[in-house]
Design a protein around this ligand. Structure first.
Ligand code: ADP
Length: 648
């Protein structure tokens, strides 16, 4: 424990040679610590300010008037600074160099305060160090400020290093004053001067951009104006990325530039996103413009907000060119929809817009040249995530030409129907002429015969009577034909009856037997026994049979000898099948011969086979022609057996 009397003794010794009390007062009251050390470095004097600071307990004496240095350091110097303090002082004591140190010194209340301490040696006439005079003052606030500055600088540095940007600054004289860590890494340069740095930075710029960047940067620096530009810069991986560079000058009050600050941000992702957005917008635009339709968009209230280029060209004006039509749907519709269709179109929109129901209309719309043309318009509502309509997207298709084509087609179809009616009429007329013609020819022949038998001397009344019978029979046949035709028109099948088929066929064959004989044609027939019954119009079926036999007789005319027509009738499952075969020249085209008006005969009508096929098919059967193995042709027709249900 150091007592007041100890201090008094220490000070008394120190002041023993004092000549001036005032001087000692001054020493004690200066707001700095003043001290003296002997040549060994042990303190031999502290002024009052220092003693007050350290406190009495800090003074411990082994030798009166001398403070042991090590004890002092241990007691009063901060443990972290003690080693440095000792070393610095030791160096000064050994070399005589000035002593200077900043360290923490414990105050009487135990708090360490930063001190700045300096000491110079006092030498005797021989140059030997006798003592050291030292001064020490409180720099705690300064150190705290410096520390705060250092910390803030550190934070700023950390911030700049952490920010994903490149920062640099240079003076107006072109000295590089700061380059952020990232920038240094990017350029691969050590701290260097501005010109070298600028050159390194220019080397990284994409060859296509470098000239423009260089020119602009030079102009900005020459004119002291801010620089801002986007260009591609090569990274350390050798890949070019888009960067946004900005340089701005910092000016003094008088406007003189003192410093330039540069900021460089990587905007590659943004540029690529923008680019792909632009591309997708472009292709969407292209899509809309190349679609073979006129496209428009409406706001939820129906106000036009978009029109494709094609639609604008079609109408002859753009939305922004006509302030009236751009304002409301009503004004737009009034301007472009045909007056007769306007009410219906407006009504349809008034139903769709509030409800979101799809809009679809056909109406006339005015084209740029004033012509009203038929359009097909459809629009659908587009919704946001909350189910609210955000806009309507619509298409208009010019269907005017299509509608006209449809109308023309309809007219053409009507004309065709008329023509085919006329053709049917002609066919029917020919058919009637054909069917009536046969009995009429027979009547004329029989009448001639009758006349001849009557004019004979003596008249052969018996033969005349026979001929007259034939006339009557033929006349009845003609009457039957007419009856059948009338039945046909009435769409009736009243004339059909269940018949024995062999009876129907034999009657017709007998009719033709005479003619075959006259033409020198042998006619043989094979008729199966116990043929089933059929439900037919006997007259019509006989017409078919007679027609086929007559064709066969005409075909074999070309045959020099052994003209033959064979008939065969047999049952085939649910049908009776009738064959008329000849040894004539045969048929060239078995399908065409059934077409109406197809004939190879000079006097032919080309209607017989067509009518025969109609009759057979009307009875549920089929008629076709086949080429014979050897000579000639075979015509076959089938008829369903009564009681069978048949395909149409
Ligand atoms: P047309 O009375 O003019 O002969 P059809 O319709 O009865 O009319 O016959 C059409 C054509 O079919 C004939 O002109 C002839 O060329 C051909 N044809 C019909 N039957 C025979 C047959 N048995 N042999 C060869 N050709 C035939």
């Amino acid at each position: 424990m150091t007592s007041d009397s100890d201090i008094g003794s220490f000070r008394k010794t120190a002041y023993a040679n004092d000549r001036n009390f005032e001087f000692s007062q001054l020493i004690d009251t200066v707001p700095s610590h003043l001290w003296r050390l002997n040549s060994d470095g042990d303190p031999i004097f502290f002024n009052r300010t220092m003693i007050n600071y350290l406190g009495k307990d800090a003074l411990d004496f082994h030798t009166p008037g001398v403070l042991p240095l090590d004890a002092m350091i241990e007691m009063a110097v901060h443990p972290d600074d003690a080693a440095k303090f000792k070393a610095t002082l030791g160096h000064s004591l050994a070399t005589g160099d000035s002593f200077y140190i900043r360290y923490r010194l414990k105050r009487a209340d135990g708090v360490f305060m930063w001190m700045s301490s300096r000491a110079e040696p006092l030498r005797n006439g021989g140059g030997r160090i006798i003592e050291w005079f030292g001064v020490c003052h409180d720099v705690n606030d300064q150190v705290a400020t410096e520390e705060a500055l250092r910390r803030s600088d550190w934070h700023l540095q950390r911030l700049m290093d952490a920010l994903p940007v490149n920062i640099c600054s240079w003076t107006a004289k072109g000295e590089l004053s700061y380059v952020s860590k990232r920038f240094v890494e990017l350029t691969g340069m050590k701290k260097t001067n501005f010109l070298e740095f600028a050159k390194a930075a220019l080397d990284l710029i994409h060859p296509d951009d470098v000239e423009a960047v260089r020119r602009k940067a030079v102009r900005c620096i020459e004119t002291d104006t801010p620089f801002s530009m986007r260009y591609r810069r090569r990274g350390q991986d050798g890949i070019f990325r888009w960067t946004d560079d900005r340089f701005e000058p910092l000016r003094q009050a008088d406007g003189t530039v003192v410093e330039w600050y540069g900021l460089s941000i990587d905007v590659d992702d943004e540029m690529r996103t923008q680019q792909s957005l632009r591309q997708s917008e472009h292709s969407l635009h292209q899509l809309v413009e190349t679609l073979p339709a006129l496209i428009y968009c409406l706001a939820p209230d129906g106000r036009p907000i978009y029109r494709s280029q094609k639609l604008s060209e079609y109408l002859g004006f753009r939305i922004d060119e006509d302030p009236e039509t751009g304002k409301s749907l009503h004004a737009t519709l009034q301007a472009i929809i045909h007056p007769d269709d306007l009410a219906a179109v407006e009504h349809k929109y008034s139903q769709s817009l509030p409800t979101g129901a799809p809009y679809a209309m056909r109406h006339r719309m005015r084209r740029f040249d004033g012509e009203y043309r038929w359009m097909e318009t459809r629009a659908l509502a587009m919704y946001d995530g909350g189910g609210n309509i955000i806009q309507w997207n619509g298409v208009c298709l010019d269907i005017d030409d299509w509608l006209r084509a449809q109308e023309e087609l309809r007219l053409a179809q009507r004309n065709l129907a008329k023509a085919s009616q006329a053709a049917s009429l002609a066919e029917l007329t020919a058919s009637i002429a054909h069917e009536i013609g046969q009995p009429l020819a027979a009547m004329i022949a029989s009448s001639d015969a009758c006349q001849q038998w009557l004019q004979a001397i003596p008249p052969n009344l018996e033969r005349a009577q026979t001929a007259l019978d034939r006339v009557v029979r033929s006349a009845n046949n003609a009457a039957d034909v007419v009856k059948r035709i009338r039945a046909l028109f009435k769409h009736t099948d009243d004339a059909r009856e269940i018949q024995r088929y062999d009876a129907v066929v034999m009657e017709a064959r007998d009719l033709m037997a005479d003619e075959a004989l006259r033409r020198g044609v042998s006619m043989n027939s094979q008729i199966e026994a116990d043929l089933p019954v059929v439900f037919v119009d006997a007259i019509q079926i006989q017409q078919v049979f007679v027609n086929l036999i007559r064709n066969a007789l005409e075909a074999v005319e070309a045959v020099a000898d052994h003209r033959l027509v064979s008939l065969r009738i047999r049952r085939d499952n649910h049908f009776v099948e009738t064959e008329v075969a000849d040894n004539g020249p045969g048929v060239e085209d078995p399908d065409r011969i059934f077409e109406p008006f197809y004939t190879t005969k000079r006097q032919g009508m080309g209607m017989g086979l067509s009518i025969c096929r109609s009759i057979v098919e009307a009875h549920g059967g089929k008629l076709w022609a086949e080429k014979n193995q050897g000579r000639g042709a075979t015509f076959v027709f089938t008829l369903p057996i009564e009681g069978q249900t048949l395909d149409p």
